[in-house]
Design a protein around this ligand. Structure first.
Ligand SMILES: C[S@@+](CC[C@H](N)C(=O)[O-])C[C@H]1O[C@@H](n2cnc3c(N)ncnc32)[C@H](O)[C@@H]1O
Length: 304
């Protein structure tokens, strides 16, 4: 594990100076956990890692901050021959890869000409068939609104060995870094992740949503806020239902706007084009006012 961290700090140029005493005490308190982890890695040799054939690691890069990567993700990135990465992946994360690795941008953005999904899958399959260790790096978690399932099915179709390494999805990362608990005893017992595309769904989306949860998190919702506001209010949510709009979550540019449901459309107009942005709704949003009091590190606030 030590070697891993040394590599990490060298690669990212971070300095991590500690007194000898601090280091020893951290070592001591983490010792048991580290030995357990080391034993785990020893007892569970990664079949994929030892494979001489090509394979794909589908890796969740989390929301922007490289320190939110899992250790497993860092290891996969470090041993990759080639990385296929999306638009929302922080470029600092690529720096963790070997200098011999190739990086290929396969990002997509609505309204822009970009690589097709079928082309990405084809490229991934081809590289693995050439015997490469491919890392398919996606923002957040690959299996949450990331088309990771579709790409994995394509790998299965071509009999390519692969693994899936989870990442922190935007809803989890952005709500925590904005001090909005997604659930809270007595306030919210469930949370629903929704795509902004819900507005074009054929089914009675709004009443389904009302039943599903007390906290709602909309991915890709900013452009659809007018329909979201109308749909939810028409289905019975109050005008003053609390709303937080979080942009550039988990980054130094993070901004949080607090509003209420009947103001969502107007506020969103002023944020047009700001990406990525996540919308969190529910009474839990109000807890932030109290939680903010003694918090040590939250990047940036803009409360309206
Ligand atoms: C195509 S989805 C990908 C979601 C990703 N797979 C995940 O698990 O977070 C992209 C949407 O996720 C949300 N998103 C991702 N990262 C974000 C961030 N750092 N801050 C705010 N929203 C984010 C935005 O709604 C963005 O439009």
């Amino acid at each position: 594990m030590d070697a891993l961290y040394q590599h990490w700090f060298k690669k990212t140029g971070r300095t991590k100076e500690k007194t000898e005493e601090q280091t020893q005490s951290a070592r001591f308190s983490n010792h048991q956990q580290a030995s357990k982890l080391n034993a785990f890695f020893k007892d569970n040799p990664n079949q994929i890692e030892n494979s001489s054939k090509g394979y794909v690691s589908m890796v969740g890069a989390g929301p922007h901050d490289p320190e939110l990567l899992t250790i497993k993700a860092v290891k996969a990135i470090m041993r990759a021959d080639v990385l296929l990465y999306d638009r929302l992946v922080n470029k600092d994360i690529l720096e963790l890869a070997s200098s011999a690795s190739d990086w290929i941008y396969v990002g997509k953005r609505c309204g822009e000409t970009s690589i097709k999904q079928s082309e990405i899958s084809h490229l991934m399959v081809q590289l693995a068939q050439q015997g490469k260790r491919v890392v398919r790096l996606k923002g957040g978690d690959a299996f949450v609104f990331g088309r990771g399932g579709e790409e994995a099915l394509e790998l299965v179709r071509h009999s390519i060995p692969y693994e899936v390494i989870p990442g922190i999805t935007a809803a989890i990362g952005c709500s925590a870094s904005s001090l909005i608990p997604l659930t809270h005893r007595g306030i919210s017992r469930s949370v629903t992740f929704v795509t902004g595309q819900v507005v074009t769904g054929a089914f009675d989306a709004w009443s389904q949503l009302m039943k599903s949860g007390q906290t709602l998190v909309f991915y890709m919702g900013l452009e659809k806020s007018s329909e979201i506001q109308k749909g939810l209010i028409t289905s019975g949510l109050p005008d003053d239902f609390p709303v937080a709009i979080i942009s550039h979550g988990c980054s130094p540019q993070q901004q949080i706007r607090i509003t209420q449901l009947n103001q969502l459309k107007e506020l969103s107009k002023t944020l047009k084009g700001i990406s990525p942005t996540l919308i969190v709704m529910g009474e839990v949003v109000k807890l932030r006012e109290q939680l903010i009091n003694t918090v040590q590190s939250v990047t940036e606030y803009e409360v309206t």
